[in-house]
Design a binder for this molecule. Sequence first.
Ligand SMILES: [Zn+2]
Length: 470
Amino acid sequence: MDEEKAMDGDGKRSGGGTAPGQIIAAELTWVGDRFEAGIQVVVDGGGWITEVGPAPVGRSPTRSLPGKALLPGFVNVHSHTFQRGMRGRGETFPAGAGNFWSWREAMYELAEGLDVAGVHALAVTAFTEMRRAGITTVGEFHYLHHAGEGDYAFDEVVLRAAAEVGIRLVLLEAFYRTGKIGSPLLGAQRRFGSPDLATYWRQMDHLAGLLDPALQSLGTVAHSVRAVPLGEIIELHAEARRRGMVLHLHVEEQRREIEDCLAAYGETPTALLCDRLPICPAVTAVHCTHTAPEDMERYLEAGGNVCICPLTEANLGDGIPDLPLIHARGGEVCLGTDSNARISMLEEIRWLEYVQRLARERRGVLRDDAGTLGAPLLAAATRAGARALGLPVGTIAPGHHGDFTVIDLAAPTLANPVSGTPAAALAPALIFGCAEEAIAGTCVGGRWRIAPTDAALAHGGVGSERVDGG
Ligand SMILES: [Zn+2]
């Protein structure tokens, strides 16, 4: 409880304005890909990190965090918050084994039945759960636009929900034109549709005026090659680059998408994109589950990002991406909670490696040159995600937003009663042994949200989370 009090502040809600400056001193701080003791992090009144280094003589921290470790806040590159409403649904199989496409039917049923209140409640629930899981930035790949014919009511709802929870948001506004290649939108898909690019950009301009500039920004999305004709993907990409925005796409999550693309265009989706778009670090392909090695090599060489969503890909039975190839070519994947069937960034990074162990019958698949796993796996959850979203987050260094995840070093799941858990073992202990119970709180732009304490849970309280400003 002492630490919680120490992290308490002035009770203001997050979502804009200026927090007072602070000097944070945790027991351990993640700098330069390892935990170090005796580090102070200075965050200015605008929520930016201005200084990181050993504590200068005579300067006292304003926020002392003994028994805690400070990580860069986790970056969730790919989410559909409304799919949080699918949790527990679509998990019965009366007609035999399901697959991605049968799940999609259940998801369409959900999407068709939602109203503004429902989309808002699901977004608040998902964003709140994300902060509890140490996520401070989310890329919301948003394609459920219309409450009624022609409106974009659900876009504003997502902005509002993110502001209420105080999570940093890149609203990745999706352009969605066809039900499959060359086919009109059907049923629930009509709630996703964009009539043309001019309408899309008008809506983007409208949304730009609604953003909280401290915490929110816009990015572009071409939903997939099955939902956007190639010519419009090219135009969308060109305008996104002109405006300095990132472009995200679902790519090759399912074999059928590749077969349909080959039939329509004579090329795989990735080959098509590499041929027709100037792929660059502002482009992120989500999934790449079935991408051919030669296509992946071209895509990485051009500088594109790859986002993997291990829990969703497992839940949907998508398949296993070729991470050893991406890793060998120097590609650093980022992560998304995607369908939000489970929201846990620690579990996402754990399964990023575990799926590969199971598939390849090897361990340490994603190890770095030093043979360690903590740094590359935490990079997937932080630095690589920041690059995919084009944001100065994911690193505890000057010039970055003051977004942090605080680890409780006293968490029972981190304890090793025989040998202890030295700093060098902390990252793998956290990744392979812990979940949300080890996360004491998060900070976004200098504003803190403290997790419920064990004491609150022990007394049967719901441990409602508190947002504070200082
Ligand atoms: Zn997705």
